[in-house]
Design a protein around this ligand. Structure first.
Ligand code: GLU
Ligand code: MG
Length: 448
């Protein structure tokens, strides 16, 4: 794990605390607590209606499921004060991720963050310490929400877009350091207007907290520069899509399981079961890894989005890309990169789904399919069968059918979270599934 210590926040300096919850639509919702509430926030939290917490879709439509009565129910969003971060040092504006509790204080069965903590605890019980890292892609615009203009014209990874947006880059790195977000790299990405921030690996819950916080910091700094930012998977149809690749690594007794140069794969047999588990559940779980109508516009071959369920060393068209890491690091950098994830996901659920699948592969000692070292679309039938290579479901509707019918994910999420998540995303599909992608992008571009 990177040696990174976030700055301690002295709570007497907090004048306002944003208690944040990432909902089933992948949207951050908040309650802002004034200064006099901060000292008791960690025990009392803030009231949040069931519908806001669990049942809102991307367009704020309130869904209903038999298991949750949204009309009468309330929840508590209780901030984890060990993860509090400063958004604005001068003004004392702080942020903290919330766990969702029932009014009696007990953990609520729909809390996405608590689910991830439980899956991570299960991994540790099995002797595995996971670390999670994110690559956050997003698109910057000048102009207005009604008439946005891509904020740079490339070239991809170029000095020129960096120089054009130099003070934005430097202000962002400063603001991330103040917030305690472990930034690893920042660069103009391949697409016009696109940028990418990668975060150092951290334990699962903290990694997702960092990810959610990083998005708020990016938005604040961009606003201060008069820029608009979109985290939609496809902010503009025809432009390069935004992914949110998840890097998973794990150690057992301090030794990286994704590093074993003595094996033909490069990783241990145990890691082979973890990869097999991820692949086993990837089709039925893909609606948890993005889950917006637009996600499936991105999940196409040649987007480097990992549009095929398969694995391969370094392979950008495989959903699971094995990264051996550079020589000389003793396997410290070795990990698997799950490329099919996008920024419309609830990342607590996405990572819980991936780690839960990996652990299932280990429990069942699932065999590792053959590696795919080429563009998967070019494979013949026999090679496809050996690698168990398959495309993802073609759209959100098909993906949700698989998720809704999945006993594995019903058990992992629990019945209430499983059905609320499916209902929230089903509304997205019913609202946007038949509309032209450009209209959908225009409708949700500023929602995430
Ligand atoms: N923008 C691509 C995606 O949608 C990823 C490009 C890359 O490999 O960084 O996932
Ligand atoms: Mg990238």
């Amino acid at each position: 794990m990177a040696a990174f210590r976030p700055p301690l926040v002295d709570s007497s300096r907090i004048r306002a605390l944003a208690v944040a919850h990432l909902d089933n639509a992948g949207i951050s919702r908040l309650k802002l607590l004034p200064q006099h509430k901060v000292s008791s926030a960690g025990s009392k939290g803030a009231t949040m209606s069931l519908s806001v917490g669990m049942l809102f879709s991307v367009d704020d439509h309130v869904n209903s499921v038999p298991e949750l009565d949204a009309t009468v129910g309330d929840l508590r969003a209780v901030p984890d004060m060990s993860a509090v971060a400063l958004l604005d040092e001068q003004r004392g504006l702080a942020w903290a991720p919330a766990d969702i509790r029932s009014l009696d204080g007990s953990p609520h069965s729909t809390c996405q963050r608590s689910l991830l903590a439980a899956v991570d605890a299960r991994a540790r019980q099995a002797g595995l310490d996971f670390l999670v890292g994110f690559e956050i892609e997003f698109t910057l615009f000048t102009g207005t929400k009604a008439a946005p203009v891509l904020a740079h014209t490339g070239p991809g990874y170029g000095m020129l877009p960096f120089l054009e947006l130099e003070s934005w880059h430097l202000d962002l790195l400063d603001a991330l350091a103040i917030a305690g977000v472990p930034a690893e790299q920042l660069h103009p990405e391949y697409g016009p207007g696109q940028l990418e921030l990668s975060l150092a690996p951290r334990p699962a819950v903290r990694a997702v907290d960092d990810y959610v916080l990083a998005r708020q910091v990016i938005t604040r700094v961009s606003q201060a520069h008069g820029l608009l930012v979109s985290f939609a998977p496809v902010p503009v149809v025809g432009a390069i899509a935004n992914g949110c690749h998840v890097h998973l690594s794990a150690t057992r007794d301090g030794r990286p399981v994704f590093h074993d140069p003595g094996q033909p794969t490069g990783f241990s047999p145990e890691a082979g079961h973890l990869v097999a588990g991820v692949l086993e559940h990837l089709d039925e779980g893909v609606a948890l890894l993005g889950g917006s109508t637009l996600s499936f516009e991105r999940l196409r071959p040649h987007n480097w989005a990992g549009a095929y369920v398969c694995w391969g060393t370094g392979n950008r068209e495989a959903a699971v890309r094995y990264m051996p890491g550079a020589a000389g690091f003793g396997g410290e950098q070795s990990n698997i990169e799950i490329k099919c994830v996008d920024p419309a996901a609830n990342q607590y659920l996405a990572v819980a789904a991936l780690m839960g699948s990996a652990l299932d592969g280990l429990d069942r000692r699932l065999p590792l399919p053959a590696e795919v070292q080429v563009e998967p679309g070019t494979l013949g039938e026999a090679e496809r069968a050996a690698g168990r290579v398959r495309p993802f479901p073609p759209d959100l509707g098909a993906a949700l059918q698989l998720l809704a019918g999945s006993p594995f994910f019903a058990e992992l999420l629990g019945p209430v979270l499983h059905s609320s998540y499916c209902a929230v995303r089903q509304h997205d599909w019913e609202t946007f599934g038949t509309r032209p992608p450009a209209d959908v992008a225009a409708a949700v571009r500023w929602r995430f």
